[in-house]
Design a binder for this molecule. Structure first.
Ligand SMILES: Nc1ncnc2c1ncn2[C@@H]1O[C@H](COP(=O)(O)OP(=O)(O)OP(=O)(O)O)[C@@H](O)[C@H]1O
Ligand SMILES: [Mg+2]
Length: 363
């Protein structure tokens, strides 16, 4: 009796393995599910039928065969329905991705169906949303850059035409033309720097630097224009500040951007201060002023490319709105952080942190 039972068990196992191997090779999810359902229903029934024939010589072969076929058909129908409920939402995600590939950035997939497929739809939509945001930012960047490049170019062209037509002598326009060319050069330099930051192509010549000297040097650099504006500039460096590991020329560039902003936004009789202190394993540099400050809702936005407050837009000699974006790129390339806040007594405070040199104990 044990012999035929072992034969039936062995044959069922072998058939199950073969079916699993075949199902793995089927090209679509629908076919695999059908194969799985058929295997799960037909194999046990076939085993029962075979046992009946071998062990009890049962005469009900036809009945069992009919039951097996009906069960097999029911399983296939069930599998087709289940496959459909999975495949329809998957197909909709595929359609949305094709739309996205054609450049329709607003294409989104439905987030329904079985949980895993809904998660796939949500992940796809998140990616599509980020792509749309990036493309918008890029479009805006190009629009702002071309606008800011066109303005000095148009003014240069107008002055050249006036000279050519003999309306004004060349000498009368030379200083203004110089200014416009310098402005254009600075804009192109800034855009180039941003492109290098984006591409991760910055070359940071890292050294251990004592920040006191570096800050003093930057403050001296803006002292003349501060005096001309009637603004007091001072630096306060804590004695215990450790050395930092940074590329000094790039940190100088960041500080000069912050100092230029502070001076630009501080009225005469105002003051600008650079403070350097230890801050939880890093060194914090803050540039604060007694100017109009940055509105609380714009503290983050101020670091966006080409963003300027309306008051800054109207100001004479206003910049392009790239200084803080470059500062953020450079500070983050050092592994630091930069943020803006309101100075408690009025005015703005922009702070950044730089990691201390590895050879120093954290303070
Ligand atoms: N110290 C500050 N006080 C008040 N507003 C500020 C200050 N610093 C920056 N801002 C605001 O943030 C905006 C962006 O500053 P950012 O340095 O990026 O550009 P910008 O100074 O206008 O031009 P650029 O730096 O390219 O010459 C400024 O236009 C101004 O509106
Ligand atoms: Mg600036």
């Amino acid at each position: 009796m044990i012999g035929p039972a072992l034969v039936v068990a062995g044959a069922t196992l072998a058939a199950g393995l073969v079916l699993a191997l075949v199902a793995r090779r089927l090209p679509t999810l629908r076919l695999r599910l059908v194969a799985l359902a058929l295997g799960a229903v037909v194999l046990p029934l076939a085993a029962v039928l075979l046992s009946g024939v071998l062990m009890f010589d049962s005469g009900h072969d036809l009945t069992v065969l009919a039951v097996a076929s009906a069960s097999g058909l029911a399983a296939m129908a069930g599998a087709v329905l289940v496959a459909r409920s999975v495949l329809v939402p998957v197909r909709r995600v595929r359609d949305a991705s094709e739309q996205l590939a054609r450049g329709e950035l607003t294409a989104r997939a439905p987030e329904d169906g079985p949980a895993e497929v809904a998660e796939l739809g949500a992940a796809f939509n998140h990616m599509a949303g980020e792509l749309e945001r990036l493309f918008d930012a890029r479009r805006q960047l190009v629009a702002h850059a071309s606008h800011d490049l066109r303005t000095p170019l148009a003014s240069l062209q107008a002055m050249l035409e006036a000279i050519e037509d003999g309306l004004r002598p060349a000498d009368a326009y030379l200083p203004a033309m110089h200014d416009q060319v310098r402005h254009l050069g600075r804009l192109v330099d800034d855009l180039f720097e941003l492109a290098r930051i984006d591409a991760g192509a910055l070359t940071l010549e890292m050294r251990e630097v004592e920040l006191g000297g570096l800050v003093e040097c930057c403050v001296r650099g803006v002292q003349a224009s501060a005096r001309a504006r009637g603004v007091r500039v001072e630096s306060r460096v804590d004695d215990a500040v450790p050395r930092v590991r940074c590329a000094p020329d790039q940190v100088e560039r960041v500080l000069l951007n912050l100092l230029t902003n502070a001076l630009r936004h501080t009225p005469s009789d105002g003051a600008v201060a650079v403070l350097v202190a230890s801050d939880d394993g890093a060194v914090r540099i803050s540039v604060e002023d007694t100017g109009e400050g940055i509105a609380p809702e714009s503290l983050d936005q101020a670091f966006d490319r080409f963003w300027r407050a309306d008051s800054a837009r109207r100001r004479d000699g206003a910049g392009a709105g790239l200084g803080l974006a470059i500062a953020r790129g450079l500070v983050e390339a050092h592994g630091g952080r930069i943020w803006a806040e309101q100075r408690p007594g009025g005015g703005a405070r922009v702070s950044l942190t730089l990691p201390i040199a590895a050879s120093q104990p954290a303070v």
